[in-house]
Design a protein around this ligand. Sequence first.
Ligand code: C2E
Ligand code: MG
Ligand code: MG
Ligand code: MG
Length: 292
Amino acid sequence: EAKDRGRARYVVFDGALRGALELRQQVEADLRRGIDRGELRLLYQPVIDVQTGQMTGVEALVRWQHPTRGLLSPDQFIPVAEDTGLVVPVGSWVLHEACRQLQDWQRNSGLALTVAVNVSARQLSDSRFPEVVGDILAATGADPAALCLELTETALLDATDATIATLHALRRLGVRLALDDFGTGFSSLTFLKRFPIDVVKVDRSFVRDIAVDPDDAAIVAAVINLGRSLNLETVAEGVESPEQLRCIRELGCHLAQGYLFSPPRPPENIPALLNTLEPAGIRNEIDTAALT
Ligand code: C2E
Ligand code: MG
Ligand code: MG
Ligand code: MG
C-alpha cells in the first residue's frame, strides 16, 4: 500500500514536471510568435520629483497583449524569456519602442521627459549590447541623456570585467544607469562602488512599511544617505500613501514612483499628466505639514 502511494506520488510529480515543461515550451513558442506579430506593448509609469510634485520622467514596463490569455504582466513571461534567451529580442524591441516614444513626446508634445528601461542580465552579458543601444539611439534620434537603463543587483551578481566594460561603454554613449530593486540582492554597498551607476532605486519592499516599521525606515534612510553622499540620484519605488511620501521627502529622496501618483499607463495618457498629475499627494502633505 505504501508502495502504491509512493508510485502514485511519483506519477503525480512526473505529470506535474512534464506539465511545467510543456507549458514552458508552449509559452516560448507563443512568445516567439507574439514578438513577430507585434503583441508586445509598453506602459509608462510616471516618476515624480518629490519636492515639487512634477513628473520628470517615466519607466517603461512591458506587457504582452496575448490573443487568448489577455494582457499579461512581465512576471507571466519575462522569466521564460530569460531562460530561453527570448529576452534579448524582447529587450531590443522594448528599447527601440521606448526610444521612439521618447523622441515622439519630445518632438510632438515638447515633453522633456526621461525614460527608464529595464535591462535583463542576458542582454547585459552580450558584449554587443552597447552597439545595439547606440544603433537604436541613432535610428530613433532619442536623446541619450534622457535614457536610463535599469539593472538589478542579480543581473550584476556575476558581473565579469567584460560586464563592467559594457557598463562603461553604455555610459560613453551618454545614457544613465540605475540600480533597480536596491537592497533585495546581495553585497549592495560594494556594488555601488564597483559599478558606474547614476541612480539608485529603493525597492518597494522597504518603502511599504516605512511609516510604521522603524527598521525599514532605517534601511531606507541609510540607502538615501549613501546615495546622496555618492552623488547618486535616489528613487523610491512603490509609494502608495501620503505617509510614505512624507517619510521619503523628509529623508531627502529625490524622486518617487507609485500608485499614489499613477499606475503604469498607455503612452497616449502621459502628456496630459504633465501638469495635472496630482501633486494631490504632495499638496496634502505640504498642507498637513503647514498645519502641524
Ligand atoms: P520594476 O522594474 O521594479 O518595476 C516596478 C514594478 O512595480 C512594476 O510592475 C510596477 O507596475 C509596480 N508598481 C509601481 N508602483 C507600484 C505601487 O505603488 N505599488 C505596487 N504594489 N506596485 C507598484 P510590473 O510592470 O508588473 O513589472 C514587474 C517587473 O518586471 C519590473 O519590476 C521589472 O523588473 C520587470 N520588467 C518590466 N518590464 C520589463 C522589460 O521591458 N524588460 C525586462 N527585462 N524586465 C521588465
Ligand atoms: Mg525597473
Ligand atoms: Mg524596480
Ligand atoms: Mg522593485
